[in-house]
Design a protein around this ligand. Structure first.
Ligand code: SF4
Length: 335
C-alpha cells in the first residue's frame, strides 16, 4: 500500500507534514454534482481553439511524469498520491455535454477526451461516463479524439464505430513492463495496450500510438520497435514528445520517484533532460515544452521520422509536437 506522499500545494498556505511515517494513502472517490460545464476550451498557436472533455479528475494509473498532476492542486489536493487516490467523478458529465452541445454544436468541430485524466481509468468500468459522453458525441455527429492507456476502451467499440470521425491514441512510451513500471506503476502493461489497439483497428477504428515521454538514454532506442509494433497492430498515426514539468511540485515528485525506482539510472536520465533545457529540468517557454534541442534529441526525432515514413504511417495534421504543445492552454482554462 502506498503512503501519503505529496509535494506542498503552492495554492495553499499550509501543507501537512507528518511526524514519523506518513499514513497509508487509500482510494477516495468524490462525486461532484456542482460542475456547471464539461467542455473546456484550450488554445494553441499551432492548432487554434481546441475543446476537451474530462469526466474525472485525478488518475489511478499514477504515471510519475504526468503533467495533469498539477490540476489536482487547483482542487486543493496534492499532486502526489492525492492525484492517484483522491478521484473526483462528475456523474452529470453526459447530461452537461448534451446541454452544451445543444447550444454550441456549430462552434465546436472536435472534442478531445483526455489531458486532465485518462478517460478510461478503472472507475469508468462502473461509472460509464466516458461511454455515455461518447454516445452524446455520436448523436451530435461530433468528431472525437481519445488518448488512453487502458484496454477498457475496447468495451465501447460499438459506440466508437458510430462516431462521425475518431482517432484513438494509445500512449505506449515503453516497450516492456520492466521499462514501464518505474514510470507507470498502475497502468496495464504495454502488451495489453497493443492488444487493445489491434482490437480497435480490427473493428475499423483509426488508431495511433503516442511515444511520450521519450527519455534519451532510456527508451529512445525503442522508438523503431514501438512504431513497428504499433503498425503491426493497426496504427496509422503516431507522435513522440519529451517530458515536461510545468510546476515545481510535478518536477519534485518525478525526481523523487525516479530516485526511488531507478536509483542507478536516475542521474543519467535527469542529466539528459537538463542538457535539453539549458541545465534545468523545466522548459523555459511554451515553444520548448514538448521537444528537445540537442543533437541527441534531433537524432531521436529523425529516427522517429525515418521509421514513421518507412512503415507507411499517414502524413497527417496530427504532428507529434503539435499534440504535445496543444496541452498547455488546457491547464489555464480548468479553474
Ligand atoms: S494515464 Fe495519463 S492521465 Fe493517467 S496518470 Fe498516466 S499520463 Fe496521467
Amino acid at each position: 500500500m502506498r503512503q501519503i506522499n505529496n509535494p506542498p500545494n503552492p495554492y495553499l498556505k499550509y501543507s501537512p507534514e507528518f511526524l514519523g511515517e506518513p499514513p497509508k494513502a487509500k482510494l477516495e472517490i468524490y462525486e461532484e454534482f456542482t460542475t456547471k460545464k464539461i467542455i473546456t476550451k484550450a488554445w494553441s498557436l499551432q492548432m487554434g481553439e481546441r475543446f476537451t472533455v474530462n469526466c474525472y479528475r485525478g488518475c489511478i494509473h499514477g504515471c510519475t511524469y504526468c503533467f495533469a498532476r498539477q490540476y489536482h492542486e487547483y482542487l486543493g489536493y496534492g499532486a502526489g498520491t492525492d492525484f492517484e487516490t483522491k478521484i473526483v467523478v462528475k456523474p452529470n458529465a453526459p447530461f452537461l455535454l448534451r446541454e452544451e452541445l445543444k447550444k454550441l454544436k456549430h462552434n465546436i468541430h472536435h472534442l478531445d477526451f483526455s489531458f486532465a485524466t485518462d478517460p478510461y481509468l478503472p472507475l469508468e468500468a462502473s461509472y460509464q461516463l466516458t461511454r455515455r459522453c461518447l454516445e452524446v458525441c455520436r448523436d451530435y455527429q461530433m468528431p472525437v479524439g481519445i488518448i488512453t492507456k487502458s484496454p477498457l476502451v475496447t468495451r465501447d467499440i460499438d459506440i466508437i464505430k458510430r462516431l462521425k470521425k475518431v482517432t484513438v491514441f494509445f500512449s505506449i512510451p515503453f516497450l516492456t513492463n520492466e521499462k514501464s513500471k518505474p514510470f507507470e506503476p498502475y497502468v496495464p502493461i504495454p502488451e495489453v495496450r497493443f492488444r487493445a489497439m489491434k482490437t480497435l483497428a480490427d473493428a475499423g477504428i483509426e488508431v495511433g500510438i503516442g511515444i511520450a515521454p521519450v527519455f534519451l538514454g532510456y527508451n529512445d532506442a525503442e522508438i523503431p520497435v514501438l512504431l513497428e509494433k504499433a503498425r503491426e497492430n493497426g496504427a496509422t498515426n503516431a507522435f513522440m514528445g519529451m517530458v515536461h514539468f510545468d510546476t515545481d511540485s510535478i518536477e519534485n515528485y518525478f525526481v523523487q520517484k525516479l530516485n526511488e525506482k531507478l536509483p542507478t539510472k536516475a542521474d543519467k536520465i535527469l542529466n539528459h533532460i537538463r542538457r535539453e533545457r539549458d541545465g534545468n529540468l523545466r522548459h523555459r517557454n511554451y515553444d520548448e515544452r514538448g521537444k528537445g534541442k540537442t543533437q541527441e534529441w534531433e537524432i531521436a526525432r529523425q529516427m522517429f521520422d525515418l521509421h514513421y515514413k518507412k512503415l507507411g504511417f499517414e502524413t497527417s495534421e496530427k504532428h507529434p509536437e503539435i499534440i504535445e504543445t496543444k496541452t498547455l492552454p488546457v491547464q489555464q482554462t480548468l479553474f
